[in-house]
Design a protein around this ligand. Structure first.
Ligand SMILES: Nc1ncnc2c1ncn2[C@@H]1O[C@H](COP(=O)(O)OP(=O)(O)O)[C@@H](O)[C@H]1O
Ligand SMILES: [Mg+2]
Length: 263
């Protein structure tokens, strides 16, 4: 057969947040992926990958650089349709990338509501910016923002869409350590308040264990391992349970750690 690419992206209608909670207990999923394959030329980056994410679940995705994390995220965001397999995602979803991707010729608040239907709604933009702690920057140009502020703007732009699924691709990777810790805390708070499902791509094992309900490790084009994190929040990196999980995940990532590997 000549046709090698088949697309089956089902956009699943989701209800208002109040309803979603009820339906989550029934059988709905925020994300359902079956047999997802994505090739670039000869190279098969995703190989028959399956993935479920429950409504409101916080999932972190780890994996070596180049293993296909962004490829998966872009497919879930419907930015890439050249795939084989089944993908079901909510209609209301939003993405934030490592680089905030703000339009330099639009004020910060206009960036937040860019692309939303209707007239640009300043109040709505301001509310979202206030929620991420930078309401006072609404009338600035993007170029005067710090890296952390730009990333918060990017989060506000995602949240203003009231997503049922928030896709985050290494959103804190470019931030300095302190700014990153604050941004991580913010995402944890926003998640608890909004109740949306989150898929967070990160290369930071600690970040994954701090934030997620479940951590996935991607390898050879599939989800090779998953770890449920039952620890209560807020989590403490000094907790022995934390160290154990981090160690296991580093093992799965093929990174050496601990005494028994060190010689
Ligand atoms: N548009 C593209 N064309 C060709 N190859 C691509 C394209 N996008 C990604 N790739 C390749 O697919 C692999 C996975 O990329 P990516 O999903 O960005 O990895 P990760 O986000 O895990 O670092 C890489 O080898 C990358 O070079
Ligand atoms: Mg990537």
């Amino acid at each position: 057969m000549a046709a090698s690419v088949q697309r089956n992206l089902k956009i699943v209608e989701t209800e208002t947040p109040a309803d979603v909670l009820g339906r989550a207990k029934a059988n709905d999923l925020a994300v359902r992926v079956r047999g997802l394959t994505r090739r670039f030329g000869e190279r098969e980056v995703l190989k028959d990958l399956d993935l479920d994410i429950a409504p409101g679940e916080f999932v972190a995705l780890l994996g070596a650089s180049g293993c296909g994390k962004s490829t998966l995220l872009r497919i879930l965001a419907d930015l890439d349709r050249e795939m084989i397999g089944e993908v079901e995602v909510p209609v209301r979803r939003a993405v934030a990338f490592q680089a905030p991707r703000l339009m330099p010729w639009k004020k910060v608040w206009r960036n937040v509501v860019l692309g939303l239907p209707g007239r640009p709604d300043g109040k709505r933009a301001l509310a979202a910016l206030q929620e991420v702690g930078i309401g006072h920057r609404a009338d600035e140009w993007p170029k005067v923002l710090s890296g952390g502020e730009a990333q918060r703007t990017s989060l506000a732009r995602a949240l203003v869409r009231e997503p049922d699924l928030l896709l985050l691709d290494e959103p804190f990777a470019a931030l300095d350590a302190l700014t990153r810790i604050k941004a991580q805390e913010l995402v944890g708070e926003l998640w608890q308040r909004h109740g949306c499902a989150i898929l967070l791509v990160t290369h930071d094992v600690e970040e994954a264990v701090l934030l997620a309900d479940r951590v996935l490790v991607m390898k050879d084009g599939v989800i090779a391992h998953e770890e449920r994190i039952a620890m209560r929040r807020p989590r403490d990196v000094a907790d022995p349970a934390f160290a154990r999980i981090r160690g296991d995940l580093l093992d799965w990532l093929g990174v050496r750690h601990g005494k028994h590997h060190n010689d």
